[in-house]
Design a protein around this ligand. Structure first.
Ligand code: HEC
Ligand code: HEC
Length: 226
């Protein structure tokens, strides 16, 4: 079952594998959500929910993060970057490529509506904790290194182009950090914002530093309390 689901994901899900929920029952925890019948809701159900979960809660099996805590500005920019080859085009970026392939057929006109649907119609995700670390030590790092850009409460700051980190899946925080450190995300010449993280990533490359920071971030409540 898992192989079949993964195959569907790799095919880009442009065909609606799992549209009836059956193919994905083995890998996604059933979350139900009732959406309007808008064009954005149709795209979400047919083209996004199989990987990101019906309620946008994320699915580790596909490396697809929770989306519900991100701002419309940040969501729209990431979607444009995936469609335009600024993100997910690096040869070593397998997760980014899966995502880029899945949205290759989106039009510019689809993007604002999808970003709005994710932030207003999907309930705030509450990701499970999967990474252990020393949160008190991580708080020191967070306050000194991350908070100036991502804000003290981890809610992000649109004026600086930074996403909320509170409410993201901890495994995704780690894989994103690693992608910046490895230079497979944020190194496209047009990725002004990603380049900031690429420059910063080596600061936490020692020992368990990143796990400690993530343990602290995971303790921060997401943007929209449930
Ligand atoms: C084949 C599975 C798959 C499908 C289908 C898919 N995604 Fe993704 N998506 C991913 C993966 C994997 C990532 C993480 C990429 C990475 O690690 O850099 C991602 C990342 C994203 C991000 C960036 C999140 C962040 O925090 O930066 C957004 C936004 C997003 N997806 C929205 C969508 C939308 C909207 C759709 C439908 C139009 C969609 N995705 C369809 C797998 C998928
Ligand atoms: C100089 C400002 C700056 C600092 C300091 C900074 N970040 Fe970032 N961070 C950004 C920007 C801008 C982005 C958005 C990049 C993009 O669009 O791809 C980002 C993105 C991220 C992402 C990707 C989130 C997602 O949804 O994909 C993670 C994870 C992250 N930062 C973690 C951290 C951590 C942990 C720290 C502290 C150790 C930190 N950042 C410090 C500017 C900063």
């Amino acid at each position: 079952m898992r192989h079949l689901a993964t195959l569907c994901a790799l095919l880009g899900l442009l065909i609606s594998c799992g549209g009836d929920g059956t193919l994905f029952s083995a890998t996604s925890r059933a979350m139900t959500v009732s959406l309007s019948g808008s064009p954005s809701a149709k795209i979400w159900r047919g083209q996004c929910s199989a990987c990101h979960g019906a309620a946008g809660e994320g699915n580790r099996a596909f490396g697809a993060p929770a989306l519900t805590q991100l701002s419309t500005d940040y969501l729209a920019r990431q979607l444009r970057h995936f469609v335009g080859g600024v993100r997910g085009a690096h040869s070593g970026d397998d997760a980014g490529k899966r995502m880029a392939l899945s949205v290759a057929n989106l039009n510019e006109a689809d993007i604002p509506g999808l970003a709005a649907l994710i932030t207003t119609e999907l309930p705030p995700a509450q990701p499970a904790i999967t990474i252990t670390g020393n949160a008190a030590r991580g708080e020191d790092y967070y306050v000194n290194i991350c908070s100036a850009c991502h804000s003290g409460n981890g809610q992000g700051n649109d004026a600086l182009g930074t996403p909320a980190l509170a409410g993201l899946n901890d495994w995704y925080l780690k894989s994103s950090y690693q992608s910046y450190l490895d230079g497979i995300r944020g190194t496209h010449p047009d990725d002004f914002y990603g380049a900031q993280m690429v420059r910063l990533a080596p600061a936490l490359a020692k020992g368990d530093d990143i796990n400690d920071v993530i343990a602290f971030i995971a303790s921060l409540p997401p943007r929209r309390a449930p």
